[in-house]
Design a protein around this ligand. Structure first.
Ligand SMILES: C[S@@+](CC[C@H](N)C(=O)[O-])C[C@H]1O[C@@H](n2cnc3c(N)ncnc32)[C@H](O)[C@@H]1O
Length: 292
C-alpha cells in the first residue's frame, strides 16, 4: 500500500514530508481528528514502511514478487523507530514513564533481552484497543513489560490472566501493576502455563477471551496455540512472539530443537484454516492470528 492512505482522518506531518521524492509511507487508520492520546484515545493510527534509508532496503530475490522493496531494521532505522514510540520519552506523561521505568529496571536484570521491545508492546496495546478487548491472556510474563502495556489500555472492568512460572520475575511485575494502579486488571497465575490454560478450560472459560499473547517456552507453541484456540472467541486475536527467532528459522544450517519447533509451528499455521494470519517482522517477529 505504498504511498496510500486508508480510512485516514489525520496523519503525522513529519512522516508525510519525510525524504522528499522517496515517499514510501503507508497508513492504515481508523481515525478521528484531535483524539489520539495513547491512554484514552478512540482513534488509532498504524504506520508502516515509514523509512527511506537506502542501505536498509532489501529487494526480494524472487522476481515473482515484483521487485518489492522491503525495509531492513538496521541499528540506525531501529533508533529512529524507537524515537517514534511514545514510551521512552523523559518528558512524557506518567502513563508512559511507568513503562520506561520498568524497562530500565528490567535492563539491570538477568534475562532482560527476553522483554518485548517498546515498539512491539505499543503494537500489542493498540491491537487490544482496536479489538475493544476486555478479557486477555498472556503466556510468559517475565517482569511484566508487555502485560503492563496491555493492562494500561484495558478498560477498568477488563482482565488480563498473566501466566508465569518464575516467582522472582513475577514479584517485579506485581510491583509495577501496583504502581501503575492496574492490579485489579491483572490476574497473576504462578505455575506452568499449560496447567493454567487447561484449568481455565475445565473451569468453563472456553471462547470467553478476546486476546492472547504467547511469549514463553518455544517448544510448547503448538500446545499453547491449541489451548488458546479453545479459550479465545471467534473473531478474537492470538499473537505469537519470536516467530522469526533471531532469523534462525530462515537459515537452513540451523537445526536446533527450538528453531525446528518454531519452523514447524510456522508451517502448521500457514495451513491452519481456523485462523487468518499475518506474520509481522516487529521485535523478533510475531504472528497475529485472528480466530475465524
Ligand atoms: C520471553 S519472556 C516473556 C517476556 C514478557 N512478555 C515481557 O515482555 O517482558 C518468557 C517468560 O516465560 C516464562 N516461561 C517459560 N516457560 C514457561 C511455562 N512453561 N509456563 C509459564 N511461564 C513460562 C519464563 O519464565 C519467562 O519469564
Amino acid at each position: 500500500m505504498t504511498g496510500s492512505v486508508i480510512h485516514c482522518g489525520w496523519m503525522f506531518p513529519q512522516l508525510t514530508s519525510f525524504v522528499p521524492g522517496r515517499l514510501c509511507t503507508s497508513y492504515a487508520a481508523i481515525a478521528r481528528p484531535n483524539c489520539h492520546s495513547f491512554g484514552r484515545r478512540k482513534s488509532y493510527l498504524l504506520t508502516t514502511n515509514c523509512f527511506s534509508d537506502v542501505a536498509a532496503v532489501t529487494i526480494a530475490s524472487d522476481h515473482n514478487y515484483g521487485n518489492k522493496q522491503v525495509i531492513s531494521i538496521t541499528p540506525r532505522v531501529y533508533d529512529y523507530l524507537l524515537t517514534n514510540v511514545r514510551e521512552p520519552s523523559v518528558t512524557s506523561s506518567w502513563f508512559f514513564r511507568i513503562l520506561r521505568e520498568l524497562r530500565e529496571e528490567t535492563a539491570t536484570m538477568h534475562g532482560s533481552q527476553m522483554q518485548v521491545s517498546p515498539d512491539q508492546a505499543q503494537l500489542l496495546a493498540m491491537l487490544v484497543q482496536i479489538l475493544g478487548a476486555k478479557r486477555c491472556i498472556e503466556v510468559g510474563v517475565y517482569t511484566g513489560y508487555s502485560s503492563l502495556a496491555v493492562a494500561l489500555v484495558l478498560p477498568d472492568s477488563g482482565i488480563l490472566v498473566a501466566c508465569e512460572r518464575d516467582k522472582n520475575s513475577l514479584e517485579v511485575a506485581k510491583r509495577y501493576y501496583d504502581r501503575a494502579g492496574v492490579p485489579h486488571k491483572v490476574d497473576v497465575r504462578h505455575g506452568l502455563a499449560v496447567d493454567t490454560l487447561n484449568s481455565m478450560i475445565e473451569n468453563g472459560e472456553g471462547c470467553s477471551y478476546d486476546f492472547a499473547f504467547v511469549d514463553a517456552e518455544k517448544r510448547m507453541y503448538h500446545d499453547y496455540f491449541e489451548l488458546l484456540l479453545k479459550l479465545v472467541r471467534a473473531g478474537g486475536v492470538i499473537v505469537i512472539d519470536n516467530v522469526l527467532w533471531h532469523g534462525k528459522v530462515a537459515d537452513p544450517l540451523v537445526n536446533d530443537k527450538k528453531t525446528e519447533s518454531i519452523r514447524s509451528f510456522n508451517r502448521a499455521l500457514l495451513d491452519d484454516e481456523r485462523v487468518s494470519i499475518s506474520m509481522v517482522p516487529v521485535g523478533d517477529g510475531m504472528t497475529i492470528c485472528r480466530k475465524r
